[in-house]
Design a protein around this ligand. Structure first.
Ligand code: ADP
Ligand code: TZD
Length: 589
């Protein structure tokens, strides 16, 4: 069962504690039970950061043939695990040390849970007896209690014979139903425990059917179809749950058979190519306001969709009718009434709908689809002028126009995207052509996912990665360019450098010597950061320089960072969500 490596590790002083396994070993230790339990469940990669008590676990995992990707900060290892989970439907593994390492990984675990990405944060922990009496152990913390409210499930394993159960429960909890983050607490003592080798092997569990299909009830399918059929202005809204579900062919068939226009949320872009004739992306406000029946497929009516209410949805014209496909029944009616809930996995639900849609199904009315097409053409023409312009310094649009063309030429490349303006502009300018090629700030709008997601995308898919980063956003994970260089990953980071958070022109309102809170060092050379570790740095002040640098990076596959100089006056406060900034009542007067 386990790949026992006789040669194992060189007996250097540094890894003297990590002894290799032998074929005829009579006992197996906790380290190897953890590794075997993961491998038995087809988990072949660990993202992490070594230290007491898990350093030997990283060495032994590598010796046993697992890929171990070491990061410079646990948050980025955690983000990598989350992205790997989203891309592969297998829980991504993040491995950290106790208290501070655990806390560094926790943000990523909570973010993964919020995004419905499956991951498992495995952290070593200190001695239970000392921690529970608060006697001051090395890196003392009750990690299980802290993790619990922030993830989908949390478990602790105290005995080596329970490692198999612990890992199996973590995998099933991460993948089944609505996917999410799971915490697995492994105290230091556990790794050193031994079991009889045969008993150890028997204690491991291969999880059968970890994400069971959930078939929707026939009456719920009929209710949804009946409502959809009455629609005069139907709309399909695809979310990242639809991208995660890997029901790409079924979703495409649903759109094309019904002729219903669809709107992808940012990470659902590419499920159908953004250039598809039924894409309503370039007419977003129009379709949200005007649609009469909206079918949500793996998308929540949260803040990103204005909670299904208000001006965005033209509520003054009366309520919309919603059909909602989701695996989590409690999501239904979370913000507005859902007329036709369809509970199940997206593949099964969409297949069930397709079974009820035959050749006689009336295509979406032509005045509705025609009106959308007209708006799309108009909006695209407007955008084209901005993309083609060559202002100096570059605008967000002129720089993104270059990236848009590169992605068109390499539709298999994965785009990672964070920032405010950099995010908002890229989302609408850079068309995606294939499913699960866009990873971004997700449900929280969190900064810091950039390099972790980029590393995972490159490691998991082997495809080129283009990370489109605001200069502030990049700073959250920038040190991981060393990780990118160390593993020689085909990642090209493009830093949209406008000298600050949102823009670089704010002034100190107190008039002192400090710059304003949103302003960075002017004219910073982020490209030098990549050069420091042997990667390629490019300083691009024009669209042509950006184009050349990007094309070269994709062709060579070498780690590259392009410092793209953007007009520092160009950004808007918080990008397109300016209105979410609280405005003091006193200032409104
Ligand atoms: P977006 O931000 O793109 O709008 P959300 O993250 O808000 O998307 O919504 C994703 C939804 O998809 C969640 O409510 C989640 O329960 C659901 N989901 C995730 N995977 C599946 C699946 N395999 N089948 C059905 N629903 C799923
Ligand atoms: N911290 C975290 C973890 N997430 C956040 N979203 C923020 C802070 C607040 N924030 C945003 O929402 S966007 C952003 C911050 C700090 C950075 C915007 O600046 P940028 O992008 O340079 O990355 P633009 O393109 O210049 O706007």
């Amino acid at each position: 069962m386990s790949s026992v490596i006789e040669k194992g590790l060189p007996a250097t002083a540094a890894n003297a504690g990590a002894k290799a396994r032998t074929e005829d070993a009579a006992v197996i230790d906790g380290f190897h039970l953890v590794i075997d339990a993961l491998k038995l469940n087809d988990i072949d990669t660990i993202f992490g950061l070594p230290g007491i008590p898990i350093t030997d676990l990283t060495r032994m995992a590598q010796a046993e043939g697992m890929r171990v990707i070491s990061f410079r900060h646990e948050q980025h290892a955690g983000n990598a695990a989350a992205a790997a989970g989203f891309l592969t439907q297998k829980p991504g593994i993040c491995l950290t040390v106790s208290a501070p390492g655990f806390l560094n990984g926790l943000t990523a675990l909570a973010n993964a849970t919020t995004n419905c990405f499956p991951m498992i944060l495995i952290s070593g922990s200190s001695e239970r007896e000392i921690v529970d009496l608060q006697q001051g152990d090395y890196e003392e913390m009750d990690q299980l209690a802290i993790a619990k409210p922030l993830c989908k499930a949390a478990y602790r394993v105290l005995h080596a014979e329970d490692i198999g159960v612990g890992v199996a429960r973590a995998i099933r909890a991460a993948l089944s139903g609505r996917p999410g983050g799971v915490y697995l607490d492994l105290p230091a003592k556990l790794f050193a425990q031994t079991l009889d080798a045969a008993a150890g092997r028997q204690s491991l569990i291969k999880v059968v059917d970890p994400a069971p299909r959930q078939i929707p009830a026939p009456d719920a399918v009929k209710r949804a179809l009946d409502l959809l059929k009455t629609a005069k202005r139907p709309l399909i809204l695809l979310g990242k749950g639809a991208a995660y579900a890997q029901a790409d062919a079924e979703i495409r068939a649903l759109v094309e058979k019904t002729g219903i226009p669809y709107l992808p949320m940012s990470m659902a872009k590419g499920l159908l190519p953004d250039t598809h004739e039924l894409s309503a992306s370039a007419a977003r406000s129009h379709v949200l306001a005007e649609a009469d029946v909206v079918m949500l497929v793996g998308a929540r009516l949260n803040w990103l969709l204005s909670h299904g209410k208000g001006k965005t949805w033209a509520a003054e014209k009366g309520p919309k009718q919603f059909i909602q496909i989701d695996i989590a029944p409690t999501e239904i009616d979370s913000n507005v009434a859902i007329a036709a809930p369809l509970i199940g996995d997206i593949g099964s639900c969409v297949s069930a709908l397709l079974a009820g849609i035959d050749a006689s199904w009336p295509k979406a009315p032509a005045d509705w689809t025609g009106g959308i097409a007209e708006r799309r053409t108009k909006n695209q023409a407007k955008m084209a002028a901005n993309l083609a312009a060559r202002p100096s310094p570059m605008s967000f649009q002129s720089a993104l126009g270059v990236i848009r063309e590169q992605v068109k030429a390499r539709p298999d490349a994965i785009v990672v995207n964070e920032g405010a303006n950099t995010l908002d502009f890229a989302r609408s300018i850079v068309d995606m052509y294939e499913p699960r090629k866009r990873l971004d700030v997700g449900t929280w709008g969190i900064m810091g996912i950039g390099m972790g997601f980029a590393v995972a995308a490159a490691v998991v898919t082997g495809k080129p990665v283009i990370a489109i980063e605001g200069d502030s956003a990049f700073g959250f994970s920038g040190m991981e360019v060393e990780t990118i260089c160390r593993y020689n990953l085909p990642v090209c980071v493009v830093v949209f450098n406008n000298n600050g958070v949102y823009r670089g022109t704010d002034v100190n309102m107190g008039g002192g010597a400090d710059v304003a809170p949103t302003v960075f060092v002017k004219g910073a050379r982020y490209d030098k950061l990549m050069e420091a570790f042997g990667g390629v740095g490019v300083h691009a002040t024009t669209a042509d320089e950006l184009q050349a640098g990007l094309a070269q990076a994709i062709a060579s596959g070498r780690p590259t960072l392009i410092n793209a100089v953007i007009d520092e006056t160009a950004g808007t406060e918080s990008g397109r969500i300016t209105k979410l900034n609280p405005l003091s009542a006193a200032m409104k007067k």
